[in-house]
Design a protein around this ligand. Sequence first.
Ligand code: 2M8
Length: 415
Amino acid sequence: MTNPRISPALDEQARAILRGNDRGGYTVPTDGLYPYQWNWDSAFAAWGFATFDLDRAWTELETLFSAQWDDGMVPHIIFHRPDPGYFPGPDVWGTQVSPPTSGISQPPVAATMARLILDMDPEAGRDRIAALYPKMLAWHRWWRDYRCGSGVVAITHPWESGRDNCPDWDIGMSNVDGSNVGEYTRRDTGHVDPSMRPGKADYDRYIAMVQFGRECGWDQSEIVKNGPFLMADPGITFILLRAHDDLAAMGRALGHDVSEIEGWAADLRAAVPSIWNAETRGYDARDLKTGRFSGRIGSAAFLAYLAGVESPELDARMTELWDAVRYGFPSADPASAEFDPRRYWRGPSWPVVNALMAIGLKDRGHHAAAERLRRETAELIEQHGFFEYFDPIDGTPCGGDAFTWTAAIWLTWAG
Ligand code: 2M8
């Protein structure tokens, strides 16, 4: 038996947001602020669509993979149509591919979302996943070939992590020279309150990293070897581990030999202890240029559950961070000096990360914690609507409104 829905009216609003952000085969995260297709947003959108339009759900994933690069990468932004409302746009990235895209990737949640969607109707999804499977496999191989050189997953730009300005990246960012990027005009700060967005020093460095990539023709080996930024990301490490397992399960059901994926997952799992920081008692980002830990623990550390990684110490640490706030899980440690409850990934509670954490917690038998996360996230949406993120202390809604992934997780999980 399924639980009764909290609010049919909010369900209808959530569906209207997904339909309203649909640009024909792909969904924008929110109108204005993010006018293109973003990688992990789209995967969550697909999950949301699946609650009322399975065909449209598969189409979302198919459109995402239609922009896959020859080397297997699925880019973080696909610029289907020009839109002056976002910076940096396709001309700044200069990737020379069609459709134009950015030159980095984003958290690979697509296989995990595809499996959830497939489970809703295996018969209806069979041909769709059969066609997507080799593309997903090629993308997972790309992560392995271009980002797992140190064992766990490395990112070459904070945007690749999806958690743009979180404190995890501060030590890596401090080595990036943003002083020579030239003049540019940001668009994000025209759409939402600038105090809820990354600062100018961060943006200068983000652009410097994009310029490095463009100048080397987006040669991924060169970016990893000589680019200005390379950090191990606990978030993508756990997401990819989970996604490997989900992809292997779908591959098996399709009758494929999945030993290659199982090998990647085993290697990745074996590398996980290298990001355990005994000092901060958590899974920590690491600057791969210096070997130093960031010394910051945030929500990504607790995506461990999603990958089936857990320990009593991790449970205790999770409770410490969580009990310091009221609404959902904070993206940064509330006890740290960097914690900023409304500045984007430096403290706010993100419904979409709460959902991923809860999937992991539930799978590991932490039912009470998973339910607490769901309830607190639902309260935020019930009280304020479908915002991008929220102040975890007083619930203030932040960033963009009518947000696709917030609507999607309401329909699938929170509501
Ligand atoms: C945010 O990132 C973009 C850059 O990719 C931005 O700030 O311009 C992040 O929250 C990211 O995780 C998300 O995918 C994207 C669109 O919602 O916005």
